[in-house]
Design a protein around this ligand. Sequence first.
Ligand SMILES: [Zn+2]
Length: 74
Amino acid sequence: MKCPKCEVEMQLGYLQTGNLIAFNKQRHKISLNPKDPEDVMVARKAFSSNDFSGYICKQCGLICFDYLNPKSRL
Ligand SMILES: [Zn+2]
């Protein structure tokens, strides 16, 4: 997969995390829980880790992954 930002070939891998991952429109200082209707709770697993298949661009720092289908390859 080519990076949509700089068009260098991206490296396949896994984005792995502990508890919550949220993509929020504004920064939340205390809780990551969604506040805005456009906020997205990417993963909520308190007792197991999260594991997303995806691609990283080491040139510009972009990571792409499918949060709805975490095991699928892009
Ligand atoms: Zn890039």
